[in-house]
Design a protein around this ligand. Structure first.
Ligand code: NAP
Length: 321
């Protein structure tokens, strides 16, 4: 199986950060962007797993321009330390918010900061990271949040984002992806407003936002349909067999990465868009329709205010701290 089923436009000169890059969709997103010539910073919580991912990329592409950055998205201290290191480097042209707990705990657990663990990992760590780095991104940079079809399959309890009233593992996952998508669209709205305000302040007509926020979802992408990569993806034979039975409605993670890579690289992509596979669960990238809840500006503003309080800082999309 090829790691690179489709062509990616040349990316030389672009700097990209991918969170949760040592495995799954994040790994293949990183490998494909590096192959297209981008400099890719693979971020993850384990130095050993990141080293294995880089070794796997270098085995195929000895001259790949890649490095690593430890960020545990479930720890605000780890996020802040990682962001500090990013601010010392050249501005990023794209950030892929991919890290996520997919197999969520059956009982409610909390992060070191006292937040529900799935929310902390999939949402709050990324929000805190963006709050630090968005003002320092390159002009025209893209923030690509990894969404999910699960957002269609669950209601959203915006008054219980920490799931203190009732918790179950499915709700924890789906709710985290709805919150992440809602924040991504709220980021887009705020970036547009900041651009309009900045243009009005100098009497200019142009209102192109400085940064673009996009959501891409990978459909249904599973390990057993994914190329074997030593140290990165080595599903047991039984899993390969079981996953082969799902071939009609599932794709490999190397294919699932396509909508994400498209969000980072395609000229047709604009802020505020939602991209996903053509056949919903699999296929080539196409523009998709997000849920009404995730696009709702009042809900977005509420989730944003909640996230600011949870991470303990304001996130002003225009201001440099
Ligand atoms: N696969 C699908 O069909 C599907 C569908 C919709 C959305 N998604 C989304 O796609 C993203 C990736 O999913 P995947 O299927 O590729 O999952 P995966 O193979 O389990 O990979 C998840 C990645 O996130 C990392 N991660 C988990 N917790 C972390 C933390 N606290 N800090 C930093 N990194 C952490 C993992 O690192 P470790 O190795 O250290 O655990 C791993 O690199 C997730 O956001 C998921 O919600 C996936």
């Amino acid at each position: 199986m090829s790691w690179y089923p489709t062509r990616v436009p040349p990316q030389a000169g672009r700097q990209v950060l991918v969170t949760g890059a040592n495995a799954g969709l994040g790994f293949f997103t990183s490998a494909r962007l590096a192959r297209a010539g981008a400099h890719v910073t693979l971020s993850g919580r384990s130095p050993e797993r990141l080293a294995a991912a880089v070794a796997a990329i270098r085995t195929r592409m000895p001259r790949a321009s890649v490095d690593t950055l430890v960020i545990d998205t479930a720890s605000l201290e780890s996020v802040r330390a990682g962001a500090d290191r990013l601010l010392d480097r050249a501005p990023l042209d794209a950030v892929v918010l991919n890290a996520g707990m997919v197999h969520t705990p059956s009982e409610r657990r909390e992060s070191v900061d006292g937040h529900e663990l799935v929310l902390a990992t999939n949402v709050l760590g990324h929000f805190a990271l963006l709050a630090e780095i968005v003002p320092h991104l390159a002009r025209g940079a893209r923030v690509v949040s990894v969404g999910s079809l699960s957002t269609r399959l669950s209601t959203f309890r915006v008054d219980d984002l920490q799931l203190t009233r009732t918790y179950d593992s499915w709700r924890a996952y789906a709710q985290s992806k709805i919150a992440a998508t809602s924040l991504a669209f709220e980021l887009d709205r705020r970036l547009r407003r900041a651009a309009t305000d900045a243009a009005e302040a100098v009497g200019a007509a142009s209102v192109t936002p400085r940064v673009h926020s996009i959501v891409a979802h990978p459909g249904y992408s599973i390990s057993g349909r994914t190329p074997r990569v030593p140290g990165v993806n080595q599903p047991p034979t039984a899993d390969r067999f079981a996953d082969a039975l799902q071939a009609a409605w599932a794709q490999g993670k190397h294919r699932g990465a396509e909508a994400i890579v498209h969000g980072v690289t395609s000229e047709e992509v604009e802020g505020g868009q939602f991209w996903g596979p053509q056949w919903m669960v699999k296929g080539a990238p196409r523009l998709a329709t997000p849920t009404r809840t995730s696009r709702d500006a009042r809900i977005g503003a509420r989730v944003w205010a909640f996230a600011e309080e949870a991470v303990g800082r304001r996130f002003d999309v225009g201001a440099r701290s």
